[in-house]
Design a protein around this ligand. Sequence first.
Ligand SMILES: *Cc1c(COP(=O)(O)O)cnc(C)c1O
Length: 446
Amino acid sequence: MLFQSTRHNPRSEPAAIGFAPALLAGLARDGGLYVPQRWPVHQPAQLCARIGLAPEQYLTAAGLARIGELLLAPLLQESVLAGELPAITAQAFSFPAPLVALAPHGRLGVLELFHGPTAAFKDFGARFLAACMSRLRTPGQRPLNILVATSGDTGGAVAAAFHRLAGVQVSVLFPKGLVSPTQEHQLTCWGENVKSFAVRGTFDDCQRMVKAAFMDAQLNRRFDLTSANSINLGRLLPQAVYYAAASLKGWSEHGEPVSFVVPSGNLGNAVAGLWARRLGMPIGEFVLAHNVNRTVPDLLETGHFEPRASIPTLACAMDVGDPSNLERLRSLYPDLAQLRATISADVVTDEQIRARIRLGFQEYGQVWCPHTATAGEVYARLSPTRRRDGRWVLLATAHPAKFREIVEPLIGRSVAVPESLARLFELPSQAREIAADLDALRRELT
Ligand SMILES: *Cc1c(COP(=O)(O)O)cnc(C)c1O
């Protein structure tokens, strides 16, 4: 299987490359993002037969690892990593994604994607990428320099996954003062091969600096640069796995497709879900929940794409005004009518996030982080018919303990901190403050 840039021009030389080179490149040379050239389609019944586990096991660590191996095998065909795929998925999917049934009639569930080392769904992609990249380095090669811009959770997940990995240097860029205290600690507590930079700017500035670094000839001569952002193919493919596992479970148990409400920012998670559907998974609709950074809802409504400066909100990991994976979304659905038929999107204000955190606790006894609450709110706005006819899954993207200062006053009790997070808090924090321009970053890279 080969991968090509979203900006690939059919008349230019064939620029499709294999899985491993696409992973190491991060961004394509033309500034586009890598996508599969073709979509191998699985049959759900055949896939379930091959999994060899009962459906209630699909969302355990072992179930995710097995489903990941089967789902992704056709995409890694002929890759140097093909033979390693079972070992890679076993290493990456080391924690479960429990599906908690909510409503009395059982047609609504919450998929908890926050049981990894840094308590957000980004652990799935980061761990898979690390498992792949560590197998692509040979001793004596110059180190791989991973640049990662983060709106809060990516940087921590990537730092945790790559910390102390031989032959890899990681630089994490985050917007100073715009991430939660817990998130900031997770970005800055690593040291050794992980450096953290507090950028005087927004997430979009961080993302722009990273993209500029990839396009910079001088930096590319000095370093083997790559990205661990969701522009990297190796981050997105593993995220298709939990959509596959949840939808195959629903399909096996009830014979119905599963629809998802996805808290969205840079659109990596949404694109991974759409990819799972392209791969033949029994998925119905996608509803995207955005905070007031409304580029995507506006695009669906008006047909016009207008990147904007990002606005800080309570759901800070979704404060994205110029989502990089929009390019992948448009390449899947070049036609706006088709795009609208597949996904819808809605906007949630900070006030509505607060109200929904309270309601989620009152109605379901659930404690939601601000991102998950946007999904809860958007689900509640669907028409009663749409809610009743569908089998819905809300993606819980982060553990509420990462946002204690927001969540605890709203629900009137304290949130227990998972052990893996608590351990990180014992480490000292260190970050360098830099200006929001490429030259400032250039001076720091060594
Ligand atoms: C990154 C993140 C999101 C947004 O995901 P995208 O893939 O960027 O759309 C939502 N919630 C949390 C907790 C996140 O960390």
